[in-house]
Design a protein around this ligand. Structure first.
Ligand code: DAT
Ligand code: MG
Length: 149
């Protein structure tokens, strides 16, 4: 099983779609193994988005992500990184397919509702940035035999 880092961004929280987003993750069959609501510090935001440091939108991205609380999660499942990116949709909500989270809820690349790790390396790095090992829970679900062959 693979783990990925998922975060409902401040616009998702403010617009009241926390439940909707979590529902989509749950009903897909993915397992939430850690979750917390928090406000991201400037320092954590800069670390999380370090790969975009030189981009023209970096400043706006940091102020957006630190502007209001977020909901951070670790999500587990078979090919979880790819599966979550698929249900999240393209980076720009204007281009994201209907049926995806960004396609259904967003209008602007600077307000795209949700973050999800894009590779095993970034998943590992981001999970470690946001969660301590004790915050990630190991548990079995009886339903899993109906989700995985
Ligand atoms: P993703 O969040 O799909 O992994 P990314 O890692 O390329 O996308 O960029 C991180 C975030 O930065 C993205 O969710 C929104 C913002 N962003 C990306 N490209 C942008 C652009 N051209 N203009 C404004 N914001 C942008
Ligand atoms: Mg990214």
């Amino acid at each position: 099983m693979e783990r990925t880092f998922v975060m409902i961004k401040p616009d998702g929280v403010e617009r009241g779609v926390i439940g909707e987003v979590i529902s989509r993750i749950e009903r897909k069959g993915l397992k939430i193994v850690a979750m917390k609501m928090m406000r991201i510090s400037e320092e954590l935001a800069q670390k999380h988005y370090a790969e975009h440091k030189e981009k023209p939108f970096f400043g706006a991205l940091i102020s957006y992500i630190t502007s209001s609380p977020v909901v951070a999660m670790v999500v587990e499942g078979k090919n979880a990184i790819r599966v979550v990116r698929t249900i999240v949709g393209a980076t720009n909500p204007a281009e994201a397919n209907p049926g995806t989270i960004r396609g259904d809820f967003g209008m602007d690349v600077g307000r795209n509702i949700i973050h999800a790790s894009d590779s095993p390396e970034s998943a590992k790095r981001e999970i470690n940035l946001f969660f301590s090992p004790e915050e990630i829970l190991d548990y079995e679900r009886a339903i899993d035999k109906w989700i995985y062959e």
